[in-house]
Design a protein around this ligand. Structure first.
Ligand code: ADP
Ligand code: MG
Length: 706
């Protein structure tokens, strides 16, 4: 159990003790340098070398006082993981003496060999060298091993020699800048200027916790992150007795240590509870600026795994570790705020803010409608394909839940308010007549992939092991795009009455985009039909979703606003397809290995033993059931062997295809169904064999351990 807490220390005493935050900066920097650096982080002013040297020196002194001996430029390559290369602070001076040194240059920019990270072909056309560039807004922190090895981590972006983004942070920062630019322009045009505008993100993280002992016996979990075999247990989640249930002691101890580790890293771990599936849990921190929240989510995932290890547990972050029970997602709560504390997606109290709310609200909705496929693409992966649309997670169709009250208001605007001139008055009146939106009013529908929940949008399609970056790049970009479109309209009507122009805008945008609004049950078949009638996308799988990157409007959106250039878009398209096929190929190879070397020999052995028993029983004229069992097993063994051969053939065929898209299609349409078929036969055999001979722990033992 957590040492700090049993010592009766307050959380506030050690919160962020391993972060180079304001408190540490004030202690290690002069007041003047601190103020100058704040200008850089808060107002985006330029960081000169002199100041960078001072910040670096302060950082080094602080880090060493915490036991750090190394620093690293911590970055997020085009995988869902993070990367780090450690350098000690030691250096040699001119006289050959060992000194400790960390300069502004070391802090601001690093060089990393880019050749072993996925580059989607960027590397072939440019030099192999890559650069890491400090994200000054996201605070540096110290990672410590259990034994006390400490490294100062500097959050950085990772680019190629030619400046192409080779990571997930660069586009996020670009999209935030674009959103800020357009939100400020729009706010200025409607007479509500702001100095700064940021997206805020709160990422709720779901995970499974199982015993390490079981984990180590499951090659599928070790190699693929999910179970490729396993019959459904007699009890699953059908009784709904797990969600919010009392948290078991050992899990609570794990959570206590996890929280403490996160608090030390300045991460506001706040909410924890049991999730719907057995052995499934959730953690949510308090929201932060999008780039910081994204960095923090990476640290949360890493810390979850690390702390589990020290508790004899394993934390599973795969989207679907167990068939038949819920998978894990990551809810991405997103809102827009100004530096003077306005949440632009909050209804607010005064009438003006009411209208501003509707404008921003519709900007998001219009963006989602125009770029549904892109938003869907932002969480497409082989892993998430196993979860999305499975009646436990959002369907593959993107729609927006706005709640009955807001929909009624929008309907009034469309049908009852009459003249556009009246919209402003209606919205003003709405303030006094409409009861204030409560969270309950807006959060009832859990089946929606994209729900407005009071003062933020909650995107629920994101997979549990995916980075928060991509969905937020898309949310920022599509909202910025719509705001720029709105601003263009307002500018083109210069000289006209602004109230009227804005009212017309609200009316027009609602009418044009209301097809994306859906408050009903997203899991129902009627919705699938209705969505098709409305002309909404239904991209049921990742391979289809990746095609969003080929659509002209999507490419124009990225290229003309500096989010991705042509090369970067194509690189991502190739990386996504490659990752998809590789994932399925690894799953197939793992399944084949388990099937051939573990399941088949075990079942054959069991059948052989039953046959020996039958022989001796025959002496007494007995053994009818034994014979039946042997025959059933024989049939199953032969089917299983065929299924092995079929999967092997499909895998070999897919691997031989050189075109990335065709290979991914073969994995989706040929390999995946064969993989599922092999599993079904194995799971059926598991249910009729002696548990003692089965080569890996079963679902009930893994999911319902004590
Ligand atoms: P839920 O009912 O979905 O669990 P909560 O209201 O507890 O929702 O919030 C879930 C997440 O949303 C938390 O990470 C929280 O900090 C975040 N959140 C709350 N308000 C905002 C906001 N205005 N912008 C972004 N995220 C927010
Ligand atoms: Mg939520």
């Amino acid at each position: 159990m957590s040492k700090l807490l049993t010592d009766e220390k307050r959380i506030t005493d050690f919160f962020a003790c391993d972060v180079f935050d304001d408190k540490a900066m004030k202690e290690y920097m002069s007041a003047e340098d601190y103020a100058a650096f704040k200008e850089v982080t808060q107002n985006g002013s330029e960081l000169n070398r002199q100041l960078a040297d001072k910040v670096a020196d302060a950082m080094k002194e602080w880090a060493m006082s915490k036991g750090a001996t190394h620093y690293t430029h911590w970055f997020q390559p085009l995988t869902d993981a993070t990367a780090e290369k450690h350098d000690a602070f030691i250096s040699i001076d001119k006289g050959g003496k060992v000194i400790l040194e960390f300069t502004g240059k070391n802090l601001m920019r690093g060089e990393a060999d880019a050749s072993s990270f996925p580059s989607g072909g960027i590397r072939a056309t440019f030099e192999a060298r890559g650069y890491t560039i400090w994200d000054v807004m996201s605070p540096a922190f110290i990672k410590k091993s259990q034994g006390g090895a400490g490294v100062l981590c500097i959050p950085t972006a990772f680019c190629s020699f030619g400046g192409e983004a080779l990571d997930k942070k660069t586009p996020l920062l670009r999209s935030m800048a674009y959103l800020e630019r357009e939100a400020k322009r729009f706010l200025a045009l409607i007479g509500k200027p702001a100095n700064r505008v940021y997206p805020n993100v709160g990422g709720e993280q779901e995970y499974f916790l199982i015993s390490k002992e079981d984990y180590l016996k499951r090659e599928d979990l070790k190699l693929t992150g999910r179970t490729l075999f396993g019959a459904a247990p007699p009890k699953g989640q059908e009784k709904n007795d797990q969600y919010y249930a009392k948290i078991k002691e050992n899990v609570l101890d794990y959570m206590a240590d996890l929280n403490e580790a996160l608090w030390k890293l300045g991460i506001t771990a706040k909410t924890q509870h049991n999730e719907v599936a057995p052995s499934q849990h959730e953690l949510a921190p308090i929201f932060a600026t999008a780039n910081i929240a994204t960095d923090q989510n990476q640290i949360i995932m890493e810390t979850m795994k690390k702390v589990a290890d020290s508790h004899g547990l394993k934390c599973l972050l795969h989207e679907k570790p167990f068939a038949g029970v819920n998978g894990s997602g990551k809810h991405n709560n997103w809102s827009l705020c100004t530096d003077d504390g306005r949440n632009l997606l909050s209804m607010g109290k005064d009438e003006e803010s009411h209208r501003t709310f509707f404008l921003f609200f519709l900007a998001v909705i219009a963006g989602v409608d125009d770029f549904q496929d892109l938003l869907r693409m932002s969480c497409a992966s082989a892993g998430n394909d196993r979860r999305i649309g499975g009646h436990e997670a959002p369907p593959a169709i993107i729609s927006v839940y706005v709640g009955d009250k807001i929909e009624a208001m929008l309907n009034d605007i469309e049908h009852n308010v009459g003249e556009v001139d009246n919209i402003k008055e209606y919205l003003e009146m709405g303030v006094s007549t409409m009861p204030k939106l409560k969270k309950d009013d807006s959060d009832r529908n859990r089946t929606s992939p994209f729900a407005f929940t009071g003062n933020k949008f909650e995107f629920r399609m994101v997979g549990s092991q995916q980075t928060l970056s991509t969905p937020n790049v898309i949310l920022n970009t599509i909202t910025a795009y719509t705001l720029s479109r709105f601003s263009d309209i307002i500018e083109s009507k210069k000289g006209e009455n602004l109230d009227k122009v804005l009212s017309q805008l609200i009316y027009d945008e609602y009418v044009a985009h209301k097809r994306i609004i859906f408050n009903g049950n997203n899991y129902s078949e009627e919705w699938t039909k209705e969505a098709a009638k409305r002309g909404l996308y239904n991209l049921s799988n990742a391979v289809d979703a990746f095609e969003a990157l080929k659509r002209k409007e999507v490419r124009d959106l990225f290229i003309s606003n500096g989010i991705f250039n042509e090369v970067e878009i194509d690189a991502r398209y190739r990386i996504y397809l490659t990752d998809y096929s590789q994932t399925i190929n690894i799953e197939a190879q793992t399944a084949l290995s388990i099937a051939k070397t573990r399941i088949l020999p075990s079942v054959m052995k069991y059948q052989g033993e039953t046959a020996i028993q039958l022989e001796s029983l025959n002496k007494f004229g007995l053994g009818k059931t034994h014979l039946e069992k042997i025959e059933i097993l024989d049939k199953a063994i032969s089917e299983f062997n065929n299924a092995i051969n079929e999967l092997e053939a499909a895998t070999n065929k897919a691997r031989a295809i050189s075109d990335l898209k065709q290979r991914a299609i073969a994995c989706r349409d040929e390999v995946n169904p064969k993989l599922d078929n092999l599993r079904k036969i194995a799971d059926d055999m598991q249910l009729i064999c002696d548990k003692a001979i089965w080569p890996y722990p079963n679902y009930q033992d893994i999911l319902f351990r004590d």
